[in-house]
Design a protein around this ligand. Structure first.
Ligand code: BES
Ligand code: MN
Ligand code: ZN
Length: 500
């Protein structure tokens, strides 16, 4: 599906659906609603009187126009109470609309953009575009009986000449970010028999080729030579070789290096500390952080911000093969710190330890990482928010704010000093598990050991990488979480750098 911006009269168009938004308890109907009501002889308003159109968030009412106007249907969508309406209400409304339109096999649709108080029309256009692309996404390997989305084009149409360029700009950015997020979802939804560490690295190479970025892929020999023994240890139980992927975007000669790091476990069986069958089912998604980094670079390469961005992806399976690392093992990490293995299922922090230390070594000025790191984070905040941890309050506030704006909720967790001792090692510097209590926090503390003083935010996306239901603008499966936050962070940092 393509989303486009359009200037013109929506009532002069033959479209499968002209979409109009309605607030809850909206007394005054102006603009598009008023015109539609007029063209239908005042009958549209009756639907509101009868309680069929209430304007409740994401409520969709399809009205056939039966020749009374050019658009074949009106699609009325609720966005909730005017005072509560946010970009996210509009995203979710768009999600319901796209689903409803596909259900009736619509091919074209037009969303009427009207000025909304307190919302920038460019931001709104971008949010709507992203939501439309995310809602129209589908991953299916069915060979029969599958109904693919029919929607081919969606126009954001405005009558206001002065809004035109803002809408166009919003659609362009939204398209880039939406498509990048769907690329991430494709990588995560892919079955693990295909999405091996090698394939994950190839996906990064492909993005680099498409967007003219630098990408280096290192193999098991390099990993061993570099002393990345934590990453290496995790890879030993698998028949698949590990990869270490470094992406680079250079959009500015002197801007500080912003690092994005993502956990790339292409399948987490738990290793010798094997997971029970039920817990393994979603573990093909244990490379969601890595996939988010790849998606973010896809968008960054197209948006061309004045920034320098470093992407780091440690990629391996965690399997219980004969060569597997074991509880009781002691490893020397890339940074030099030693780690005692308590549980081979706490593998994400191990591969990230080497990746984070590498990012620091490469001169990262600030680091964001995304990782499906702990079941404990799911228990703490799931399934609504990503759990966020940081060693720097300013950066944490910055990222939290961005996440909220972009529709990726994240919530700060206490990385308090008192938790740190829970992973003090008995025979090595630290141990890779602090037990069940505060599991997401001790995992974050483990990572903190490897970033030193560099400002860093860790996003534990275990609660949010996967959706079990159709909801809002997301269907079942991978959500592509963290792409929007990563991209917006880089965009806002590049604006700041330009000002400064
Ligand atoms: N990949 C898992 C965490 C996870 C669980 C992500 C569920 C998404 C959904 C991680 O590697 C893991 O196994 N963590 C363990 C750590 C424990 C052994 C200290 C966990 O959370 O149970
Ligand atoms: Mn694990
Ligand atoms: Zn894992």
């Amino acid at each position: 599906m393509k989303v486009k911006a359009l200037l013109g009269d929506p009532f002069a168009l033959e479209t499968d659906g002209l979409i109009l938004t309605v607030y809850e308890n909206q007394e005054r109907w102006t603009g598009g609603l008023a015109k539609a009501d007029r063209l239908l002889g005042g009958k549209l308003r009756d639907l509101q009187k009868w309680g069929e159109v209430r304007g409740k968030a994401s409520e969709v009412t399809i009205v056939h126009t039966l020749g009374q106007m050019k658009p074949r249907r009106l699609v009325l969508v609720g966005v909730g109470k005017r005072d509560d309406a946010s970009l996210e209400s509009f995203r979710r409304a768009m999600g319901s609309v796209v689903r409803a339109l596909n259900r009736i096999r619509a091919r074209t649709a037009h969303w009427l953009m009207e000025a909304t108080e307190g919302t920038d029309i460019g931001d709104l256009s971008r949010a709507l575009t992203e939501a439309a692309l995310l809602a129209n996404y589908r991953y299916s390997r069915k060979t029969e009986g599958d109904t693919a989305p029919t929607l081919e084009s969606l126009h954001l149409i405005t009558l206001d000449r002065s809004a035109r360029s803002a809408v166009e700009q919003g659609v362009e950015t939204g398209t880039i970010v939406g498509e990048a997020t769907n690329r991430t979802r494709d990588l995560v939804n892919a079955p693990p028999i295909e999405m091996t560490p090698t394939a994950l690295a190839e996906a990064a190479v492909e993005v680099a080729r498409l967007r003219s970025l630098d990408c280096s892929v290192y193999d098991e020999k390099w990993i061993e030579e570099m002393g990345m023994n934590a990453l290496r240890a995790v890879s030993l139980g698998s028949a698949q070789n590990p990869r270490f992927v470094v992406l680079q975007y250079r959009g500015h000669e002197s801007a500080p290096v912003l690092a994005l790091v993502g956990k790339g476990i292409t399948f987490d069986s738990g290793g010798l500390c094997l997971k029970p069958a039920d817990s393994m089912l979603d573990m093909k998604g244990d490379m969601s952080g890595a996939a988010a980094v790849i998606g973010a670079f896809d968008a960054i390469g197209r948006l061309q911000p004045k920034a320098n961005v470093l992407g780091v992806i440690p990629a391996t399976e965690n399997m219980p093969g004969g060569g597997a690392f074991k509880p009781g093992d002691i490893l020397k990490t890339y940074l030099g710190k030693t780690v005692e293995i308590i549980n081979t299922d706490a593998e994400g922090r191990l591969i990230l330890a080497d990746a984070l230390a590498y990012a620091v070594n490469q001169g990262a000025s600030s680091i964001l990482d995304a990782a499906t790191l702990t079941g404990a984070a799911m228990i703490a905040v799931g399934p609504v928010c990503t759990a966020a941890f940081s060693n720097n309050e300013d950066l944490l506030n910055e990222v939290t704010h961005i996440g909220r704006k972009m529709g990726e909720l994240l919530w700060p967790m206490p990385l308090l000093e008192d938790y740190k001792k829970l992973i003090d090692g008995d025979f090595a510097d630290i141990k890779n598990s602090g037990g069940r209590q505060g599991g997401a926090i001790t995992a974050a503390w483990f990572l903190a050991h490897f970033v030193g003083k560099v400002p860093w935010v860790h996003l534990d996306i275990a609660p949010t990488f996967w959706s079990d239901r159709e909801e809002g603008y997301l269907g079942k499966g991978a959500t592509g979480v963290a792409v929007r936050t990563f991209v917006q962070w880089v965009l806002e940092r590049s604006d700041k750098d330009r000002e400064g």
